[in-house]
Design a binder for this molecule. Structure first.
Ligand code: HEM
Ligand code: HEM
Length: 269
């Protein structure tokens, strides 16, 4: 077992008995809201997938039905016999539980997101850790970072302690553009919301456009999660995951130095 000994003057630092330096990496609120959002995201994705099957075609504007030309036909079998799909069968209707789960999970997502956003804003988390520094937004810095990502290069040690510029831009887009859009387009599909706030639906271009945008933003979020997880695997899955779960991360530079010294010692003996 690792016993931790605090270092004088550094409350967040400790030295484990085995020798590696361990420091705080992620605040408890970031970790709890991150994993809750991940869980809720998958519940929304599965239930949303079931909802798509009740009418796997998408339209622009106010109305959409089997007599209109969709801009996107997924060519999937449907759980409604009113949708002519070309398949000789109708899928079992799973709309009861899937809609119920979708709406329950949606409120949990809104509540979790609000807590994270208000905390992050007022505690300076976004300013310190997520907004990129103006100097990082230069063409040169951005092209270096894009080049590193395209080569799937393992990030430098200091990036374990702070997000790189592309990571920051992606997180900002997800937090402040994609999730708010999911909530707005999700609400816009509700007839009650449309009756209470018609302008919010008209601004999107109508209820069917809201549904199409909800679906397209879902696809972008799925893409984000795939790239996000691949980048974490490249950066060092166990170490990054341990930090996002426990809040603590060991100092990789120190470990690397320690390992080199241990290897040299082993060779000498
Ligand atoms: C809906 C799904 C997800 C979203 C929206 C999401 C979003 C985010 C965001 C915004 C951050 C930065 C948090 C902050 O500092 O405030 C983050 C960090 C992180 N996420 Fe996710 N995430 C998702 C799913 C996942 C999954 C499935 C995994 C792993 C299997 C994961 C692992 C991590 C880790 C390890 C970090 C810390 C990154 C680092 O140390 O470089 N996330 N995520
Ligand atoms: C990341 C979060 C979310 C994901 C991945 C997601 C995904 C989906 C998908 C794939 C559909 C099926 C599209 C269709 O065929 O109509 C759907 C439908 C829907 N979603 Fe979401 N959604 C999310 C968040 C939300 C939120 C926050 C709300 C409400 C505030 C919401 C409300 C709705 C509504 C009202 C429908 C249509 C249900 C129906 O036709 O009965 N969603 N969602």
């Amino acid at each position: 077992m690792n016993a931790s000994l605090p270092i004088a003057g550094a409350a967040t630092r400790s030295v484990e008995a085995r020798g590696s330096v361990v420091r705080s990496r992620h605040a408890a609120l970031v970790r709890v809201t991150h994993w809750l959002t991940t869980l809720v995201f998958f519940a929304l994705l599965i239930s949303g997938g079931e909802i798509v099957l009740s009418h796997p075609r998408f339209y622009w504007g106010e109305t959409g039905n089997v007599n209109e030309r969709p801009w996107l036909n997924l060519h999937l079998p449907s759980s409604r016999d009113t949708v002519p799909t070309g398949y000789g069968y109708v899928l079992p209707d799973q709309n009861g539980w899937s809609r119920y789960l979708h709406f329950q999970a949606a409120w949990l997502l809104v509540a979790t997101g609000l807590i994270y956003a208000v905390w992050g804003w007022f505690r300076g988390h976004f300013r310190r850790n997520v907004f990129p520094a103006p100097s990082d937004l230069s063409f040169r810095r951005l092209s270096v970072s894009i080049g590193q990502h395209l080569r799937f290069a393992r990030p430098a040690e200091e990036e374990a302690w702070s997000y790189n510029v592309l990571q920051r831009i992606a997180y900002l887009a997800v937090i402040f553009i994609l999730f708010p859009l999911m909530i707005w387009t999700g609400l816009a599909m509700s007839f009650g919301f449309d009756a209470a706030f018609p302008l919010a639906v008209r601004l999107l271009g109508g209820q069917q456009t809201a549904r199409s945008l909800h679906f397209l933003v879902t696809a972008l979020l799925v893409l984000f999660v795939i790239v996000h997880v691949v980048m974490i695997v490249i950066a060092g899955f166990r170490r990054r995951m341990r930090a996002m779960i426990t809040g603590k991360m060991s100092d990789g530079t120190w470990n690397a130095g320690q390992q080199t010294a241990e290897r040299a010692g082993a060779q000498e003996s």
